[in-house]
Design a protein around this ligand. Structure first.
Ligand code: GLU
Length: 493
């Protein structure tokens, strides 16, 4: 096989769709697995859809996910430029070549005529509206005159009807279309820009793309592309059309049912490793039931032959699960870096009042490492260190109502004071010292441990659940524990 060269060819619409991420990822995995090249090409020929900053966003999202490309707009590789808007002369040159060969022709029809044609065809209930090749019959003299006079025009593909268009697809095997169903597609628009079909085929050829791996929504465009390759006399790439992404109700994945932008998932605190792992499984598996993958394992296991051809359901529950798994596999040092980043950037993420504004300098690494150890098994997102255990970052000012009603009795403040006094006698206490002191206190008071341990947790954390009681006390430290008990006994009624 010649060198594998694959491309991700997004139209910059403003953000990277998770479907786009899946396409980019499969291209990336395929390239890395086969020691090939992964290319980013920006298909920005639709000037009506231009969005400021879209390309930068897209590149940032790809890089965040770890999908480094070998060639692209900011990485020249000998086949550039990699932005289609900078390649207009090329498309013009190749369109001229097709016109010369009779495979394309100028069309001067006005929008009004095309509209009438469309309405007539709709009235006849034709399956698919098609251009009627009206301008194909213009003489050379007529064409030259119109061009010289500056008449608005497009260039169209000259499709011969009643022919079979056949191509192989790695995922769908043999695919066949009838050319009678293929419109005389516009190749060069009125504004001189190429259409997607023209630019895509010319670039895939010039950039020596070996495999075209893209979403199923492009399958119906492929017969037009096949015709173009044949008309130019170019070798076709190998095609692989990836299954659609579906909502849980099996409708096409849409914004209406949830987030679709990679940056949304990033902002929600998903780990990039988890998002990549999850997206890899949308339509592919290695033939076993393995679901946890790191990128290097994906590269190792990936093959296009194992991509399914039926739609892949986007299951948020599974993404949550994968995120928790990836988080759990991280070392405490890795978690420390993530938690510090979260603290520094926490304010916008957290619901107001949850922990207030945090200052990283208030927490030493060794303190945060203890928090991590205590909470590790209880969190699925890094930000949950802050939202599930805010008490490690600020003293509680509110106390969970259900626990208060159930556990805070008229005699509780006195009992907690006795405990507090015991604690205050301790010198640099260990977890065990707290435990001994608590047990002594309940013995002295002649009450069950439960009588004091629930109010104690409420007083120091404001909550009724959390890590082990003695871990909690030890991490917070004696001074802080005493302060919190005092505050609770004064404020809880
Ligand atoms: N520009 C197309 C897109 O936005 C590319 C499709 C293809 O890969 O051919 O997805």
């Amino acid at each position: 096989m010649n060198e594998v060269r694959v491309r991700f060819a997004p139209s910059p619409t403003g953000y990277l769709h998770v479907g786009g991420l899946r396409t980019a990822l499969y291209n990336f995995l395929f390239a890395r697995k086969n020691n090939g090249k992964f290319i980013l090409r920006i298909e920005d020929t639709d000037r009506n859809r231009y969005v400021e900053g879209a390309v930068e966003n897209l590149i940032a999202s790809l890089k965040w996910c770890g999908l480094e490309y070998d060639e692209g707009p900011d990485k020249e590789g000998g086949f550039g430029p990699y932005m289609q808007s900078q390649r207009l002369d090329l498309y013009k040159k190749y369109a001229d070549e097709l016109i010369k060969k009779g495979h394309a022709y100028y069309c001067f029809c006005t929008p009004e005529r095309l509209q009438v044609l469309k309405e007539e065809q709709a009235a006849q209930k034709l399956h698919q509206a098609k251009y009627d090749k009206h301008c194909l019959s213009l003489s050379k003299a007529e064409i030259d005159e119109k061009l010289a006079g500056g008449t608005a025009h497009v260039v169209r593909l000259n499709v011969i009807p009643n022919q079979k268009i056949v191509f192989n697809d790695i995922i769908r095997n043999r695919v066949e279309f009838d050319s009678s169903n293929v419109d005389d597609q516009v190749l060069i628009k009125g504004d001189g820009y190429p259409t997607y079909h023209m630019a895509n085929v010319v670039d895939d050829h010039l950039m020596q793309i070996s495999h075209v791996i893209r979403g199923e929504e492009w399958l119906s465009s492929t017969p037009k592309h096949v015709l173009l390759y044949d008309f130019f006399g170019w070798e076709k790439p190998i095609f692989a059309h990836l299954p659609l992404l579906l909502n849980p109700d099996r409708s096409k994945l849409s914004k209406r049912q949830g987030d679709v932008a990679v940056e949304d998932y990033r902002a929600k605190g998903f780990l990039k490793e988890a998002l990549v792992n999850f997206v890899a499984l949308l339509g592919w598996n290695a033939g076993d039931d393995k679901e946890f993958y790191y990128m290097n394992e994906l590269i190792e296991s990936f093959s296009l032959e194992r991509v399914n051809n039926s739609g892949a359901v986007f299951d948020l529950e599974k993404l949550n699960w994968i995120n928790a798994e990836h988080l759990r596999k991280k070392s405490n040092e890795e978690l420390l870096t993530l938690l510090k980043f979260e603290i520094e950037n926490s304010s916008p993420h957290l619901a107001q009042g949850e922990v207030g504004e945090l200052r990283i300098e208030n927490y030493s690494d060794s303190y945060l490492l203890q928090v991590i150890e205590a909470m590790k098994e209880r969190v699925s997102f890094v930000k949950e260190y802050l939202t599930k255990s805010p008490y490690f970052f600020t003293a509680p000012t509110e106390y969970e109502e259900a626990s208060r009603l159930k556990n805070w009795k008229p005699e509780t403040p006195e009992q907690l004071k006795a405990l507090r006094n015991k604690f205050s006698e301790l010198n640099n206490p260990s977890k065990e010292d707290y435990e001994v002191a608590l047990k002594q206190t309940v013995a002295d008071l002649n009450i069950g441990v439960g009588k004091i341990i629930h109010p104690l947790r409420l007083a120091v954390s404001g909550q009724s659940t959390g890590p082990g009681m003695y871990d909690l006390l030890f991490i917070l430290g004696k001074e802080e524990v005493i302060k919190r008990i005092d505050r609770a006994t004064e404020t809880i009624k």
